[in-house]
Design a protein around this ligand. Sequence first.
Ligand code: PFF
Length: 437
Amino acid sequence: MHSGRGHWASRVGFVLAAAGSAIGLGNIWKFPYITGEYGGGAFVLVYLGCIAVVGMPIMLAELLLGKLSQRDPVGAFRELEHSRSGWQLVGWLGVASAFVILSFYSVVAGWALAFFARSVMGVIAAGADPAMIGGLFSELYANPTEQIVWHAIFMGVTIAIVSGGVHKGIERWSDILMPALLMMLLGLFIYALTLDAARDGARFLFAADFSKLTPDAVLEALGHSFFTLSLGMGAMITYGSYLGRDANLVRAGTWIVILDTVIALLAGMVIFPIVFQFGMEPGAGPGLIFKTLPLAFIQMTGGQLVACVFFLLLSFAALTSAISLLEVAVAFFHDEVGLDRKVAAGGIGGIIFLLGVPSALYGSFFDFMDQISTNYMLPIGGLGIAIYTGWVLDRARAEGGLGPGVSAGLIAAWLQVLRFVTPVLVLIVFLHKIGVF
Ligand code: PFF
């Protein structure tokens, strides 16, 4: 164990921080729109299956590698293999993914901040001109300076929190941001339940029409289960590395996965009733949040307040995820290179900010960064983590590491799934994404 290394102060603090990493733009921005595109209920069902068969086993594997090694993702493999084995490459890929993902993630988070500001200033408010509201996003998108300013503000806040350290920065802020996020989402959910279209929203989300379920939808569900749980790039290895020996990973992992899933479904149960209530289309693609929803907000009484709450919630969700992305890189430079945490957070955060600038300027660069990370880096990383944990890691350590009180049957089942089921499924998605079939 490394002396002076930060640790979580409480179990709840850890679960909130890790759930904060998982719950992000993926849940509130992406999940509803891909569900809309792939037709609703049947997609949701497949997504839940993927979370259970692929997400949960890899979540446990990542937390385990972190807890056993007490190191960053690169150091974790070196520590566990007692040498510079090739498995370290999986860790390197994870650190690289953190740079790539955070660079464009922060640009989208900047959009959320920009829309929050427009809501506070009363631009998005009941009675506004629909033509103007419909054009808000294109206007922002065509204004690189404004996008870069919000991107800089968002990265600045992320850097400030990560600089504070595991306990005083990440955990303390997760303890504040996550309950606030939950309260705001519950408030919006209760509002959505009062709408006449609440039933239509629920039907859309939960009534399974399997004729709409294409192979593409299945693969999208599997890919998304990775992104939404922050898997495949060592974020959960890093967070797991700040756990003590007595942590029960099954209990913590179950909480993280349940919170992430419930929040995604709640977001859908907020967004779809609103979309249907005001006569709009659910499958509106990425514009669902920044174009369709504002058009609904201006038609409702109290629309300004609802808009403020919604975009603040989106910003908080993005922030706790961005914190974990930056922490992966900071942990690496702190543990492996010996950089001071504050210097690492500021320096790396600055580089990631610069890396994000082209994403704010050119949509094609943004798409490239998104595709390369989601389609290549995360699946390859996840495959590496599953194979390493299932086949290479010392069996006794794998079995003993999940925590006290975990039944032998559960451990055996987990290892079998991790060895045989998870890698095959991930490989299929990966090959499909790169166009092999
Ligand atoms: N899980 C986050 C989301 O759903 O928005 C995205 C993410 C965060 C991916 C952290 C990977 C990561 F390490």
